[in-house]
Design a protein around this ligand. Structure first.
Ligand code: MG
Length: 186
């Protein structure tokens, strides 16, 4: 079950700061798109807070890449809106992350894989040996299949102790995993 254990739980991607990354020897973020950066299925303008966060990372020399299982069209749309490179459908957990590492020219231990799903983001990130970060999903509106997976994820987080990680106050309690969208529009 170790491969399903995220190295960190954070309340939001925007809790990740350049300093937090540097303290862990991390030089790049491989970011999930749906329900991690933007609510599932939503098209529109990127929230200013999200854009500012991405800018802060890039200013600090942190590389950012979207690795999404979303459609090619959707990933392309959001890469353009967010001003970051990326690709999809990536085929997580089995595919995608190694391709991203090759593009970035980095080793697995130098990257954080960030996402809202245990069985794609966390599993895939752990399988390549990256630093995995789980964030709560932004929206409950998901496909039937993902809803089913959520139930399994919640069970794993709440009943196996895998959710418990030692450390700072930036973490969320896995019991809150099913919370409503917290994306700010400021
Ligand atoms: Mg996701």
């Amino acid at each position: 079950m170790g491969v399903l254990r995220p190295r960190a739980h954070l309340r939001s991607v925007t809790a990740i700061t350049p300093q937090w990354l540097q303290e862990r020897g991390l030089r790049a973020l491989l970011l999930d798109l749906d329900n991690t950066l933007v609510p599932y299925r939503i098209y529109g303008e990127a929230p200013q807070g999200l854009l500012a966060w991405l800018q802060t990372l890039q200013d600090a020399g942190i590389q950012v890449m979207l690795v999404s299982n979303g459609s090619r069209r959707r990933v392309r749309y959001w890469c353009e809106k967010l001003g970051v490179p990326g690709f999809g459908p990536a085929g997580k957990p089995w595919f995608g992350f190694r391709k991203a590492l090759r593009r970035l020219g980095l080793a697995p231990r130098e990257v954080a894989v960030v996402g809202d799903q245990l069985f794609t983001d966390v599993l895939g990130g752990n399988l390549i040996g990256a630093y995995t970060v789980l964030v709560p999903p932004l929206s409950k509106r998901e496909m039937g299949y993902t809803r089913l997976v959520r139930k399994l994820e919640r069970w794993v987080l709440q009943n196996t102790g895998l959710g418990l990680v030692a450390g700072s106050g930036e973490e969320f309690d896995p019991k809150e995993y099913r919370q409503e969208p917290t994306m700010s529009k400021d």
